[in-house]
Write a protein that binds this ligand. Structure first.
Ligand code: AMP
Length: 542
């Protein structure tokens, strides 16, 4: 017998209706090139979103066609998210930090019809527009007075397009499984892969991120997403904040500028923020040098990469709680968050440090398991480690126009490529990535843990560990180090001695090489594949 409840589909347009009626006066503050502190509210934002939808309707696109953005976190990007998705098109957020060849690949693969871009990216686009035949027009996200000189053809000014449009627009009824957004994940190997979100997955993910032990969002929050809107929809904040009624503060192209971040936090009363570890280093450095505080800031979500303990301990001194989050582009992205069911005050310093570094417990809606090489489930004992698999309604079931990916084995689980332990309380800890794994004499070595110890050395700026052929053990870890300021005299002997007593002896790198810089992907992740290629002719000393 079925329940007798309404079968209302989940749609992003419902966020507009709700936020306008209930949270209409709540502000959105943005840093843009034409206004360092633009300020309006959700009511204004969604009126303009309908103006933009009227512009898009003139483009005569079919439902499901892709409209791309190359933009920072700001209110015009926010309007584009909603106008494109709620009109039945797919908002394809392109990462401007990718290399030009990757941008061309992605725009062509997605067959983007129009691209809305920040003025900062006009020179970038001028260099590649000729190779993007599907794009019919380039819309610069600025006002007429700030339109840059450009050689681009079919270029328009965003504000000019909106100026005479009606604020009325009837959103079409869309199937909840209709695609709403597309984001390519750069990965470390091969071409970027497209993850295609649906209205349903996006709404469910937004609900989940708001839960108290996730981001814990309420109408009393002021949220500053530092994580880019071109990187997994800024972890859902553009959807969750209007639902919760939280004020949004968008840092524009200043997300790496500690001074601007501190000013925004203090002047706008930011309570919650989200970003990758690197961005907090800039904020902490600014606070340390100026002696400023960030009193309103209650908590931050740090994800995308392992968060060093030093960041958490620095933020402790400013009264900011760090919540480690783990997820993936393929997971919308949130999978787990590290909060505690009980106070951690009675933990020893060591126990507290150990548990807070973990990637956290799965949020309701995401199922996890760890498996061995044969696919057998491993116990949640905090010791056994294996490939981490996930499933749930906001986990991708396949990649866009790429049917046979080995991450989807047909068993309903998604292979994350991460290696993890899960303890009896459900705390998952990433110990490595399968693509980076080092198997020495048949046993796993966690390259991340070895890297963490190496980067703790005061003379080290950055370090990477790769598995390298060894005649006896098949593979041994090779440590590659970028010396830091004052570390010019750091020798291989001193570096290797640093590991004594800190990790298992057999985990200690077999050798050390020094380089000036390490290769990174456009999203800042270490490119281990490039490093392996760079060191392919290296031989361990006898
Ligand atoms: P992306 O799709 O670019 O967000 O990258 C997802 C990957 O980033 C994951 O599969 C992990 O390898 C890594 N990652 C994300 N969050 C964390 C975390 N808290 N700790 C360690 N690695 C993480």
């Amino acid at each position: 017998m079925n329940g007798l409840m309404m079968d209302s589909g989940l749609s992003i347009a419902s966020i507009i209706t709700h936020a306008e009626r209930v949270n209409g006066d709540t502000e959105i503050v943005s840093v843009t090139r034409d206004n360092p502190r633009h300020r309006y509210n959700y009511r204004d934002a969604f009126a303009r979103t309908r103006q933009l939808a009227n512009v898009m309707a003139r483009w005569n696109l079919d439902q499901g066609e892709r409209i791309a953005t190359l933009a920072w976190n700001d209110y015009r990007h926010f309007e584009t998210y909603y106008a494109a998705s709620c009109s039945g098109y797919v908002c394809h957020t392109v990462n401007p930090r990718l290399f030009p060849e990757q941008l061309v690949y992605i725009i062509n693969h997605a067959e983007d019809q129009y691209v809305l871009l920040d003025p900062d990216f006009v020179p970038l686009v001028e260099g590649l527009a000729g190779e993007c035949p599907t794009v019919k027009g380039w819309i610069v996200l600025t006002s007429e007075a700030h339109m840059p000189e450009t050689s681009l053809a079919n270029v328009h000014c965003y504000e000019t397009l909106l100026a005479n449009e009606s604020e009325q627009f009837d959103w079409p009824q869309l199937d909840e499984n209709a695609a709403c957004a597309l984001c390519y994940t750069s990965g470390t190997t091969g071409n970027p892969k497209g993850v295609l979100y649906s209205h349903r997955s996006t709404l469910l993910h937004a609900y989940a991120t708001m839960m108290p032990d996730a981001m814990g969002l309420s109408a009393r929050d002021v949220v500053m997403p530092i994580v880019p809107m071109f990187h997994v929809n800024a972890w859902g904040n553009p959807y969750s904040c209007p639902i919760a009624g939280a004020k949004l503060v968008f840092p524009g192209n200043k997300m790496g500028d500690g001074e601007t971040l501190a000013a925004l936090i203090n002047e706008e009363g930011v309570t919650m923020s989200a970003g990758v570890p690197t961005v907090w280093l800039g904020l902490i450095a600014h606070l340390k040098t100026t002696g400023k505080q960030v009193e309103s800031l209650d908590r931050i979500i740090v994800g995308g990469a392992a968060c060093p303990l030093s960041i958490m301990e620095d933020l402790d001194t400013y009264g900011v709680q760090t919540r480690v989050g783990w997820g993936m582009t393929e997971m919308s992205p949130l999978g787990s968050v590290n909060t505690s069911p009980a106070s951690r005050e009675d933990y020893s310093d060591e126990a507290f440090a150990k548990v807070r570094l973990k990637a956290g417990r799965p949020i309701f809606g995401v199922e996890m398991k760890i498996v061995d090489d044969e696919g057998n489930d491993l116990p949640w004992d905090g010791v056994a480690f294996g490939s981490l698999k996930v499933r749930g309604p906001w986990v991708c079931s396949s990649y866009y126009k790429l049917e046979d990916s080995d991450a989807h084995e047909g068993d309903g689980w998604f292979e994350t490529g991460d290696v993890a332990t899960i303890d009896p309380q459900g705390y998952m800890a990433i110990t490595d990535r399968t693509k980076d794994v080092i198997k020495s004499g048949g046993e796993w070595i966690s390259s991340i843990e070895v890297e963490n110890v190496a980067t703790d050395h005061p003379k080290v700026a950055e370090a990477a560990v790769i598995g390298h052929f060894h005649p006896r053990w098949s593979e041994r870890p090779l440590l590659i180090v970028v010396r830091g300021p004052g570390g010019e005299d750091l020798s291989a002997e001193e570096m290797l001695a640093w590991f004594d007593g800190k990790i298992a002896k057999w985990w200690t790198p077999e050798a050390v090489e020094f380089v000036d810089e390490l290769p990174h992907t456009a999203t800042g992740k270490l490119q281990k594949v490039a490093l392996r290629e760079q060191f392919k002719d290296f031989s361990f000393p006898e």
